[in-house]
Design a protein. Structure first.
Length: 266
């Protein structure tokens, strides 16, 4: 695995969405501020733990699909803390030569990634600290382009990250990425919605705001528009457990306020 060697400044006194997500999944890579903020969110919507699990399950299915379609390079934006069945592990089980670049703005993610993530003998994995808001610059960074050849089909993952950039139109983030991706590339996206369970979702968003990690849920049409002119694969933009399920649907499906979909560039 290659890594960004920039010095890290850790701030564990302010809750971070990646570490809160780790807490929902039962991980141990979180701190008091993260746990307190996560518990406050769970008070408003206990289903968040299930949403987090379903989100990871969607990610696994989507990675398997795109690699099965011949994709051998993946850019994972807002990757979060390493957990079981990381993107590079899923991809390289199928195709060991798959190259993966993880990007996250939390330096603690880099600390754990450097310690825990290892690529296969043939594939290559890189972890970079960067902000998804700077996507137009990110896709031209030398350390990204050393592994990702934008002239060939690739997959970009934006799984449960765009809600955490409330100060910028998400289209301004996604459009530069869509533009540089070659035909035959895939965009994998998941995003929380306020289309149902609205009161609970807005309470959770308020909790994240108080934790200085403001989150913005969006409606289906607004999320779907982020695919631009990419062709949405069947079954379209749906609740995350409904995207090509490979097992029984969860009993709390009506409480999973997360849309997910995969688009292909023509």
């Amino acid at each position: 695995m290659q890594e960004d060697a920039a010095p890290l400044e850790l701030n564990v006194d302010v809750a971070h969405p990646a570490r809160m997500y780790d807490y929902y999944l039962g991980g141990k890579d979180n701190f008091t501020a993260d746990r307190e903020a996560a518990e406050a969110a769970l008070q408003s919507a206990p289903e968040i733990r299930s949403i987090a699990r379903q989100n990871r399950a969607f990610l696994r299915r989507a990675v398997r699909h795109v690699v099965g379609q011949g994709i051998r390079q993946i850019l994972d934006l807002g990757a979060g803390l390493p957990t079981q069945h990381n993107v590079h592990q899923i991809a390289q089980e199928i195709a060991p030569d798959t190259r993966v670049v993880y990007v996250d703005n939390d330096p603690i993610v880099l600390v754990h990634a450097r310690a825990l993530l290892t690529g296969s003998a043939d594939g290559d994995t890189r972890v970079l600290q960067a902000d998804v808001r700077d996507s137009a610059e990110l896709v031209h960074r030398e350390d990204v382009r050393e592994l990702i050849d934008f002239s060939k089909p690739m997959a970009t993952m934006l799984v449960s990250v765009l809600q955490f950039v409330p100060d910028k139109d998400p289209e301004e983030i996604v459009a530069p990425i869509r533009e540089v991706m070659a035909p035959g590339s895939y965009l994998v996206l998941a995003h929380p919605t306020h289309d149902f369970r609205t009161d609970e979702v807005l309470k959770v968003a308020s909790t994240y705001g108080q934790a200085k990690a403001p989150a913005v849920p969006r409606g289906k049409a607004e999320i779907e528009a982020l695919f631009g002119d990419f062709e949405l694969l069947e079954p379209g933009l749906v609740q995350s457990p409904l995207w090509r399920p490979d097992g029984p649907l969860p009993e709390d499906l009506d409480r999973i306020w997360m849309y997910a979909g995969v688009g292909r560039k023509r």
